[in-house]
Structures are given as structure tokens and as C-alpha cells.
Design a protein around this ligand. Structure first.
Ligand code: GLV
Length: 331
């Protein structure tokens, strides 16, 4: 009998089709939101699960689904998955790194630019019919070229943003990260490692790209915002919860900082009401990786992982981007 797999959210039909070549597949083509009990019910008898970054995989779910062998996500961030609990139960987990790096960096840069140059404010103004004359200071914002870019979290996406800033826009690049880049990479990116305090104090445009974990919860809150320049912008493309959204809304209202660009939110898809009330924020619905080719590549990478993790296909037993490959050695 072919193993059974569950696809938890709607995804490209060609990706699901590839799963059907190897498995008996139950898919969620209607893209319904399955709450935890429903997800667990549908997982009964399934060996594999295809997820996005939004399904919660915790110890209770794993205990309720003892046949589950592999959970493959099309997201790079995996803070929705209790990885140690999966490893303890011998469940292989994979994410989808690399394929989204450049697309996500493009978006982070675009969001930073839209924020600095007040593009959403300007468009809302125009659409509302209030544009009656040219004025010297109409939606005058901050420059990107020649400004100081601060990158908080210098992983693959942070480095791709730094490269855009340094090489494309002549920005001075500062970064803060748990581990320092090699001197070679620092010099290619033209990036200087600084303390978190220095980063907050010196950046004209701060971009948050640090993964979410209990250690990064509210890494940017009121005390950190208080260190920033009143002319600075903050862009968050990492995860909701890294920034304290209530404190940010207050800082924007008080003009503690000039503006923010946010693609991710605490408790999304809900958005803190204070953020909806202030004009100096650009808000987008978690779409940083959403170019069609990249979303397709992410889905297919998750499919490659699921096929290999369940012992099928040309890479059987060698899922390309496993987070806990050690569980395979125990099988
Ligand atoms: C999106 O946020 C991802 O983690 O891929």
C-alpha cells in the first residue's frame, strides 16, 4: 500500500501532482483553515504532512499522530514546528531555505524604500482626491542611497539585502548578528559588525531579518525604539513577535521614529489596531517571498523533501533540506 500524505493548505496543482505519483494524497484544495483538532483528525493514518509556515506542530499533535514520519514545510522559518519534539519522535522535518532568498531580499528592499519614500501615504492621498497642487515638501521622505542600512540578523536574506544596499545604492552597511561573518564576506558585502545598541543608534534604515525564537521575542520593543533616530525607518520581514507591535505603534504615533514597513505581525493575520491607525506605516500581508516562480520553487522543494523522506524518488532517504536528518539514521 502506498504511504498516505496530507497537504494542509492549497498549493500549486503541479506540486500536489508530484506527490500523487508516489503517495495516496489528501489535499486541501479549497484552502480551508483547519484548526488543530481538524488537522489531527485528517492526519490519522498519514505518514507525511506538507505544511506552510502557519500550521502549529507541537508535542500534542505528534502524540496524536503516531504514524507520522515526515513534516515538510514550504516556508524557510520553522518557529511553528517544535523541532526537538519531532526529533524525539523520529519525525523528519524540512524547511525551504535558499530558493526564496533573493525574492525575499527584493521585497525587503522594496518595503524599506516604500517606507522611506512614503509611497503608500502618497497613493492613499492621491486616491482620496486630495491632490490639488505640487508642493515642495509633499510626502518628502528620507533618502536610501548613501544612507546607513542596519541589518538585524545577517543570515542568507540579511546578506542579500546588505548586498543590494552596498552595491546597488552606495549605502553604508552595519549589521548585528549572534555570529560574526567571516572577514571575506564582510568585505564583499562592505558590512561592519556592531553591537545591537550601535545598530539601533546609527541606522537610518533598520531591516529586521532575524528568525523568531523565544530569544528573539520582542527583540525590538520600546527601549530599543527609543535608541533609534527620529528620522529612522524600521522594516520587519522576519516574523511577528520579533518586534513588539504595540510599542511600535506607539513609537510611530509619537513620531519616535519616522516610519515603518511591516510584512509580518504578532498574531497575524490580525494586525495591531494601533498600526492601522497611523499613516506612517506601510503594511503588507506576509508576501515577502511571493513571486510566482519562488513560491512554486518553495512548494516543489517541500515536495522533494517529502518524497525523499518517505523513501521514494531518486533521492530516497536523502531529503535535501532536512532540519533533523539524524532521525533518518535511526530508521
Ligand atoms: C515565510 O515567512 C517563510 O518563512 O518562508
Amino acid at each position: 500500500m502506498r504511504p498516505k500524505v496530507l497537504v494542509a493548505r492549497a498549493v500549486f496543482a503541479d506540486a500536489v501532482e508530484r506527490l500523487r505519483e508516489h503517495f495516496e494524497v489528501e489535499s486541501n484544495d479549497a484552502d480551508e483553515i483547519w484548526h488543530q483538532a481538524e488537522l489531527i483528525r485528517r492526519l490519522q493514518g498519514k505518514a507525511g504532512l506538507f505544511i506552510t509556515g502557519t500550521q502549529l506542530i507541537d508535542a500534542d499533535l505528534l502524540a496524536s499522530c503516531p504514524l507520522l514520519r515526515a513534516i515538510c514545510s514550504m516556508a524557510v522559518g520553522y518557529n511553528n514546528v517544535d523541532l526537538p519534539a519531532c526529533t524525539a519522535r523520529g519525525v523528519l522535518v524540512s524547511n525551504a531555505p535558499d530558493v526564496l532568498t533573493e525574492t525575499t531580499a527584493d521585497f525587503g528592499f522594496a518595503l524599506m524604500m516604500a517606507t522611506a519614500r512614503r509611497i503608500s501615504e502618497g497613493e492613499r492621498f492621491l486616491r482620496s482626491g486630495r491632490w490639488v497642487k505640487w508642493s515642495y515638501d509633499l510626502f518628502a521622505g528620507a533618502d536610501i542611497h548613501g544612507a546607513t542600512l542596519g541589518v538585524f540578523g545577517m543570515g542568507r536574506i540579511g546578506q542579500a539585502i546588505a548586498r543590494r544596499g552596498a552595491l546597488g545604492f552606495g549605502m553604508r552597511v552595519l549589521y548585528h548578528n549572534r555570529s560574526r561573518l567571516s572577514p571575506d564576506i564582510e568585505s564583499t558585502l562592505g558590512a561592519t559588525h556592531v553591537t545591537k545598541q550601535q545598530l539601533l543608534r546609527d541606522s537610518d534604515h533598520l531591516v529586521i531579518v532575524v528568525p523568531y525564537s523565544p530569544a528573539s521575542h520582542h527583540a525590538i520593543g520600546a527601549p530599543e525604539l527609543a535608541l533609534m533616530k527620529p528620522t529612522a525607518t524600521l522594516t520587519n520581514i522576519a516574523r511577528g513577535g520579533v518586534v513588539d507591535d504595540a510599542a511600535l505603534a506607539q513609537a510611530l504615533r509619537d513620531k519616535r521614529i519616522a516610519a515603518a514597513g511591516l510584512d509580518v505581525f504578532e498574531g497575524e493575520p490580525a494586525v495591531h489596531p494601533g498600526l492601522l491607525e497611523v499613516p506612517n506605516v506601510v503594511l503588507t500581508p506576509h508576501i515577502a517571498s511571493a513571486s510566482i516562480p519562488t513560491r512554486r520553487a518553495m512548494a516543489h522543494l517541500a515536495v522533494d523533501n517529502l518524497i525523499a523522506a518517505l523513501g521514494a524518488g531518486p533521492s530516497a532517504g536523502r531529503p535535501p533540506t532536512a532540519l533533523n536528518p539524524e532521525v533518518l539514521a535511526q530508521r
